[in-house]
Write a protein that binds this ligand. Structure first.
Ligand code: CU
Length: 110
């Protein structure tokens, strides 16, 4: 009887240990941040963007735009009325629209 009890306690510890390890291995939650392009301008930049998060570029205009990084780290083509997703990379990147260079903004990714 005592032996069975020891065996069950061991089994419980094994299961509990496995569950803890699985939780620790889980990747941090990947969040989605929306940047709206409307009326020939980039909307407000999302705050608290972390590397690996998703940036969802939404072009509500009837014109084609782009989000082109000055350091060439990304170049997103945004056809009229489309949505494009990219993965955020750490750093502060100034970007502009290559079709309308007065459209400019800067995105901070931690
Ligand atoms: Cu544009």
């Amino acid at each position: 009887m005592f032996r069975i009890l020891i065996l069950m306690a061991g089994l419980f510890l094994l299961i509990a240990g496995t569950a803890t390890a699985a939780a620790a291995d889980a990747a941090p939650t990947q969040r989605v941040h929306v940047i709206v392009v409307d009326k020939m301008a980039f909307g407000p930049m999302p705050a608290d963007v972390r590397a690996g998060d998703i940036i969802e570029w939404v072009n509500r205009d009837i014109f084609e735009h782009s989000a082109t990084a000055r350091d060439a780290s990304f170049d997103v083509d945004l056809k009229a009325g489309t949505t494009v997703r990219t993965t955020a990379v750490a750093g502060t990147v100034a970007f502009f629209c290559k079709f309308h260079p007065t459209m400019q903004a800067s995105l901070v990714v931690m």
